[in-house]
Write a protein that binds this ligand. Structure first.
Ligand SMILES: NC(=O)c1ccc[n+]([C@@H]2O[C@H](COP(=O)([O-])OP(=O)(O)OC[C@H]3O[C@@H](n4cnc5c(N)ncnc54)[C@H](O)[C@@H]3O)[C@@H](O)[C@H]2O)c1
Length: 387
């Protein structure tokens, strides 16, 4: 089998950060801190010298395995549920900043039980905001690009290239100004001021929109330092992806263990931009250092056009990196509320925070395969139980 070529990181230097207000350690609470993103956030912030506590109800299968990792890093773990306000108010720890990464994160799961998503992701976030309001805490919130309607996104001009869908710049040029939606252009993608109106954002998207809007409202109404980050796809080592959520890692795992895959709709040409978790952490540092200046500020954050990839292209890249392939079926019908093409316009974050993603797609996927190879036995048990 071929090795794992370490492709050099794209060294794009972000512009200098305009304001760096705070470098002293903070007491930080990470809600959902046993999950994929939350555990990376907690460990990273601890490594930056902050005092970090985690609250999680361990509802995500496998999240309990991160408790040992957190403890090893000197992070306190508290079992608690953001649906219960008392679990927050009874926390025996000092908190100055909350990083809220708790949620049911799957679009597919959300349709099965709307009230659960709305309560868990929507009302849960409002409980956190209430906790923050009473104590005048700062907060960073993990929102989602799914707050934008799928119908609206799917109606943006696009064309079919051999292996992917692409925004159609020619068709865009021909539109009158009045026909061009704000917050979009075919080169840079979808920006913060793209309309959140329009149906079919998914039940998950609705639950995130409730929380996203509440964060903005509380920030303004109660003058709280809160920042709302609308992420596209975040991926990286330590993510236990599956077909319904965390698709890039799922795709890689399926290649590694030669599990069958399916292109659901668009013949595998649907495109997403991938943000690797290391780049997300760099962004978080910049926001934490400047947290006092935010009042409900919204950022769209993702891998951007350069890190956009279709399922077909991901298949090709993964075959090259792992020297393994697997069977892939095609189903014509896309999943409910699915989006054919999305990439993020990151320019606001670059302008205001001097941030842009640095991990290119090939390096990021290579690292995911390194992680799979290193943890092969555990992953085999998880993905091929009984094999
Ligand atoms: N992964 C992505 O690509 C992505 C993209 C955009 C936004 N997000 C958002 O980022 C956050 C983290 O996502 P993730 O991929 O790490 O998911 P994850 O499922 O790995 O982590 C979520 C964590 O929250 C915990 N949790 C869920 N409900 C809870 C509750 N009621 N009380 C306490 N803890 C609870 C779970 O046990 C889990 O540990 C979510 O808010 C998600 O909506 C993720």
């Amino acid at each position: 089998m071929a090795g794992f070529p370490l492709v050099a990181r794209a060294e794009k230097r972000p512009a200098a950060l305009a304001v760096q207000e705070r470098k002293s350690p903070l007491h930080i609470l990470v809600t959902g801190g046993c999950g994929f993103i939350g555990s990376h956030v907690a460990v990273h912030l601890r490594e930056q010298g902050h005092q970090v506590s985690v609250m999680d109800n361990l509802v995500r299968r496998g999240s309990e395995q991160n408790i040992a990792l957190l403890t090893r890093h000197g992070i306190s773990f508290f079992h608690g549920d953001v649906r219960n306000p008392e679990d927050l108010s009874n926390l025996p720890t000092r908190v100055e900043l909350i990083c809220d990464t708790s949620a049911q994160p799957s679009v597919v799961t959300g349709y099965a039980n709307p009230l659960f998503d709305i309560t868990n992701n929507g009302l849960g976030a409002i409980h956190i905001l209430e906790y923050a309001r009473g104590r005048r805490l700062s907060m960073t919130f993990w929102s989602s690009s799914r707050v934008y309607g799928a119908d609206r996104l799917n109606s943006l001009p696009r064309r079919e290239a051999p292996a992917r869908l692409e925004y159609d710049a020619d068709a865009w040029q021909q539109l009158a100004d009045s026909q061009r939606p704000a917050g979009f252009d075919p080169i840079h993608g979808v920006a913060e001021d793209f309309s959140i109106d329009g149906g079919q954002r998914s039940i998950y998207g609705l639950s995130k929109l409730i929380a996203d809007a509440a964060c903005q409202e509380y920030a303004h109404a109660y003058d709280l330092p809160i920042v709302v980050n609308r992420f596209g796809v975040i991926s990286g080592q330590g993510q236990f992806g599956h077909a319904d959520q965390g698709w890039l890692v799922w795709w890689a795992v399926a290649h590694w263990f030669q599990l069958p895959l399916t292109y659901l709709g668009w013949r595998g040409k649907q495109v997403r931009d991938i943000l690797f978790v290391e780049d997300m952490l760099e962004l978080l540092d910049r926001q934490v250092q400047n947290i006092a200046r935010f009042r409900g500020e919204v950022f769209n954050l993702g891998g951007g056009r350069e890190n956009s990839v279709s399922l077909r292209e991901a298949t090709q890249t993964m075959q090259e990196i792992s020297s393994r392939s697997t069977q892939i079926k095609e189903e014509e019908k896309p999943r409910q509320g699915d989006i054919g093409l999305y990439w993020t316009d990151n320019r606001k974050a670059t302008r205001e925070l001097g941030w842009q993603p640095r991990t290119d797609l090939r390096s990021g996927i290579t690292r995911i395969f390194e992680w799979i190879r290193k943890n092969e036995a555990e992953l085999r048990g998880r993905y091929l139980p009984g094999a």
